[in-house]
Design a protein around this ligand. Structure first.
Ligand code: NDP
Length: 250
């Protein structure tokens, strides 16, 4: 299957799809949720800070896009039961889930290996790896109700090649790539596709935290990346699975 270097989505390409976006209140996730709604999807907005989710909800409704749903959830404290309850609610409300974008992420602090502390390590693994694993596990039955479900994980350049001082965040992104590959391989004979997006340097608060001295105006914005998010959520990517793709191809 040829994977495009760019993609122009036609209006309504996500019509009637139900897509859950984690970290939908800010940064790339906020733009992804708005964009999916703009292209016709009913979006389930999951995030930690309720008022950020409400603001996205209001913006989607004001634009006249399909009415979204809100799931306030802190991935740091969420348990298997939270995800099972969420899956049951999605099943009852929508009868299926067509797309799942694992976007929420925690950077922590950049630090030499010798100074990595266990609580920070555990928080990052919890939010970036354990939460998406448990959530995907709980949502698989409802994803399988869709004809062509798509699961997208969010990786990073430091999840493909280690870099000094990126410690737990980088390890969590290597784990994300592994999770995606294992799941894609297990589901190879099904219609469920699983892929990773590496957004590349993008103008968000996470990037500003990692590179405080940088001129953010020189960076791509979340909107610049949306072609790949739309592609992977649309039926145009049916058959593409197990891939780790760059939203800013070289
Ligand atoms: P932001 O920090 O701007 O946004 C992160 C989002 O994740 C926020 O909506 C935040 O919610 C949510 N989140 C964080 N912790 C939790 C939690 N415990 N429970 C629920 N939600 C949580 O990051 P970006 O938009 O930049 O990053 C999005 C993804 O892209 C991440 O996975 C990141 O690792 C990845 N990435 C980003 C790059 C970049 O240059 N920006 C480069 C490579 C990868 P809240 O606002 O409520 O805290």
């Amino acid at each position: 299957m040829q994977i495009p270097q760019h993609y122009s989505a036609v209006p309504g390409v996500l019509q009637d799809k139900v897509i859950l976006v984690t970290g939908a209140g800010d940064g790339i996730g906020r733009t992804a949720a708005m964009t999916f709604a703009q292209y016709g999807a009913t979006v389930i907005l999951l995030g930690k800070t309720t008022n950020k989710l409400t603001a996205v909800y209001d913006e989607i409704v004001a634009a006249g896009y399909p009415e979204p749903a809100i799931v306030p959830l802190d991935l740091k404290g969420a348990t298997k039961k939270h995800y099972q309850d969420m899956a049951a609610t999605i099943q009852a409300e929508f009868g299926r889930l067509d797309g799942l974008l694992h976007n929420a992420g925690l950077l922590g602090v950049l630090t030499p290996f010798e100074h990595i502390d266990l609580p920070t390590w555990q928080d990052i693994m919890q939010v970036n790896v354990t939460a998406p694993m448990l959530m995907t596990q709980a949502l698989l039955p409802v994803l399988k109700q869709s004809a062509h479900p798509s699961v997208v994980f969010t990786s990073s350049g430091v999840g493909r090649k280690g870099r000094a001082f990126w410690g737990p965040y980088a390890v969590s992104k290597f784990a994300t790539e592994g999770l995606m590959q294992i799941l894609a391989d297990e589901l190879d004979q099904t219609s469920l596709r699983v892929n990773c997006i590496n957004p590349g340097a993008t103008r968000t608060s996470m990037r500003a935290k990692a590179y405080p001295g940088e001129d953010a105006q020189k960076l791509k914005t979340p909107a610049d990346l949306m072609w790949l998010y739309l592609y992977l959520m649309s039926d145009d990517s049916i058959g593409v699975t197990g891939q780790s793709l760059d939203a800013q191809p070289k």
